[in-house]
Design a protein around this ligand. Structure first.
Ligand SMILES: C[S@@+](CC[C@H](N)C(=O)[O-])C[C@H]1O[C@@H](n2cnc3c(N)ncnc32)[C@H](O)[C@@H]1O
Length: 342
């Protein structure tokens, strides 16, 4: 079974956008781009449903990466969440290896256990009753072991409205379970297939490791990993997807303050090769626009919620990168993405 990843077109921010955002005229118009189509096996998708998933940006991010030389030996994802970009880039063979990291203890434990102790997680997942009573139990429970943290993350992610683990979101279908059943996103066979894919990637060394920590410690750890693999700096690429400015406190338990956004921009100004996705916010534009060697793109969605084709709809996300080669122009026409939640 494969999933078609629709290429979103990337367009430069217009002067009008920047005027509306209070940012003044664009200094330079970035080229239009449609990333090439990416085919993914269903088993290669993330086991986590992530509200801020960047899976839809995969064709564009892949295009930015493959049009650069050398091909990355290591992709580091310090804000990995559901890790859909890392997993997609591995599946598309655009990168050799990935390092996954997140500061949220439940999310970090999930990736660590999914990669290192897959059999135990599959066993725990298989025997878990997917009921509202059990949802209440996991919600209150304060797990102490990595396995229980991983299981709490997986269970609540796939049974909570919108996949939101923290916050006050309730169970899928509500307490009355009228329109949806709480287990409608908990297909145990499909989840196991995705966990087995992670197990295999770890055994093959394509997932080099997982890190629980803030992005700063992930950068330090990544340098150690790169040194141990004898990698040159230009064959390591960081993909960064920090929490949204507006919604951070609703979606994730870790707040990411304005000061955090500024600190990240200061770090990226001077180091590394990176691709960064963000919400189109005045603060973000003011931090990255005009940064030396950095290009910006806006993702434009070519579909509606029903999956029917329509004229491009400007999305809220922006991509920035300091990769030296600009992406090739692509004349591929946009097409509709797969329907429904996968
Ligand atoms: C926008 S989400 C990433 C979504 C991901 N790209 C995907 O496709 O699923 C941001 C992630 O950053 C994590 N995070 C928040 N503060 C962090 C910090 N200081 N350092 C590292 N990760 C952090 C959150 O736990 C969350 O998983």
């Amino acid at each position: 079974m494969t999933v078609e990843m629709t290429p979103p077109a990337l367009t430069a921010l217009t002067d009008e956008d920047l005027r509306l955002l209070g940012g003044g005229p664009a200094e330079e118009e970035a080229p239009l781009l449609s990333g090439e189509h990416v085919r993914l096996r269903r088993a290669s998708l993330s086991p986590l449903r992530y509200p801020g998933s960047k899976r839809k940006m995969l064709p564009a991010i892949r295009q930015l990466i493959v049009d650069n030389v050398p091909r990355p030996e290591l992709l580091v994802e310090p804000f990995c969440g559901g890790a859909s970009v890392s997993l997609g880039l591995l599946e598309a063979d655009a990168v050799e290896r990935v390092l996954l990291a997140d500061f949220d203890p439940l999310v970090a434990a999930f990736w660590q256990v999914a990669a290192e102790d897959t059999d135990a997680l599959v066993k725990a997942m298989r025997k878990e009753p997917v009921t509202v009573e059990n949802w209440d139990r996991w919600r209150k429970y304060r797990p102490r072991t990595p396995l229980n943290r991983a299981m709490k993350c997986l269970f609540l992610n796939r049974t909570t409205f919108s996949g939101i683990i923290g916050s006050d979101a309730g169970p899928i279908g509500g307490r009355a379970q009228t329109n949806y059943s709480i287990d409608c996103r908990f297909d145990k066979d499909a989840i196991e297939a995705r966990l087995r894919n992670i197990q295999l990637l770890r055994k093959q060394g394509r997932i080099v490791g997982t890190v629980a920590g803030r992005w700063q410690s992930t950068f330090r750890y990544a340098h150690d990993v790169a040194a141990s693999l004898d990698l040159k700096a230009d064959s390591v690429v960081f993909y960064l997807d920090p929490p949204y400015i507006e919604k951070a406190s609703d979606l994730y338990e870790r707040p990411f303050t304005e000061q955090d956004h500024i600190a990240l921009a200061q770090h990226l100004d001077s180091t590394e090769r990176w691709v960064l996705s963000y919400d189109k916010e005045p603060l973000v534009l003011s931090l990255y626009r005009g940064m030396q060697g950095v290009r910006q793109y806006r993702v434009t969605h070519h579909y509606t919620m029903t999956g029917s084709r329509k004229s491009p709809v400007p999305g809220r996300e922006v991509l920035f990168t300091n990769l030296p080669q600009p992406p090739h122009q692509s004349a591929l026409p946009p097409s509709a993405p797969p329907r429904g939640d996968i």
